[in-house]
Design a protein around this ligand. Sequence first.
Ligand SMILES: *[C@@H]1O[C@H](CO)[C@@H](O)[C@H](O)[C@H]1NC(C)=O
Length: 378
Amino acid sequence: MKTSIILAALAASALAAPAPGPHPQDIDFSDLSFSSDDLSTGPEYGTTKETIPVSKPSTSDIVDDIKSDPASPTKKVRRNLNALLKRVPGECAPQPINNGPQFINLEPADWQAAVEAAYPPTNPSTLGPYTKVFDGLKGSVNQIGYRGLTTIHAYDIEACKTLCDKKAQCLGFNFYVERDPSLDPGDLCPNPSIITNYKCTLWSFPFLAGAADNIGQTRREFKVVIAASVGYVKPYAASNLANFTSFGVNLYGSINAPLLNGDNTYLGVKNYPNSDVNVDYFEPAVCAAACDAQTAYNSRHHASTPCQYKACNFFDAYVVLKDGKAQGLTCTLYTVTWADSYAVNGGQTRSDGVYKVANSYTYTNSRLPAPPYINTCA
Ligand SMILES: *[C@@H]1O[C@H](CO)[C@@H](O)[C@H](O)[C@H]1NC(C)=O
């Protein structure tokens, strides 16, 4: 329900106006550094079934990453990209037969027109907790948080929804129709006959229409194309974490905190995945571990203020979507709790794209007392 309100607001591109007064944390979303090149962003061509486990980071990885790259109110850029090995298809290997409705002997544009006529973009705007974010597109979702693909033998959105219902960490699904080759195209079969596949992909990060930009591929002479692609997302089910109490509500945007009596309560931002920590699902517990690790880091590095250091007592876990694609998990860390009325940063338009905030959930340190400064000289 909350997601639908937020998405409706996003759809109207009502980006929040900055609140008055100094906001020392103004984050430039185009500067957030994620590195996810070693995580899959969607199925390889020819995939008919696969399940992708989530990358669960260990707390020690999160702590080590804070040690080498602590959150800081001033921004910095760090990149370390790994190469992704692609599957090498076998030439002319037969592809699994599909008994769903087929649209045979049609060239790509005619095939797309026939599929769109059979399955018009009139799917329901909500399905239980899910909200439709696009319909009738000619592309499939391609972004971080890919959890697997199932071929379904009919245009059956409910079947795809059920797979997401049953999958831990699933926050969205994409159902689409694909014009696939009956054989893996090769020298001896450059343009095989058509199979029409009905594909369901599951995602552990939210998305908007811009994420559906995988519009197919030409393999030898065969054109893989997509039609009648529909996407749904659902809200994260927030609950309390060890040592942190959840506000429990999907907020309009991310927290944009002013100075508090002249003091900067913002400790900085951490983005995942990064070169030390792989995270490919929405997991606020990662932010909780980062918050504690940041307090521990600060306790060891406060030479300029020998008698005190700042403690992390509050964080905002959210997802930044760039042109509709989730970039990963973002955690902003603070010394004090900020009310939901400060969750005003719904996104930004930058020269390199449109950034929107989704799944903004805040958490407060529940260990008391939780002062913003820890005194060390008392
Ligand atoms: C919760 O806080 C206590 C006290 O600081 C700590 O010993 C414990 O490890 C924390 N639990 C988790 C899961 O971080």
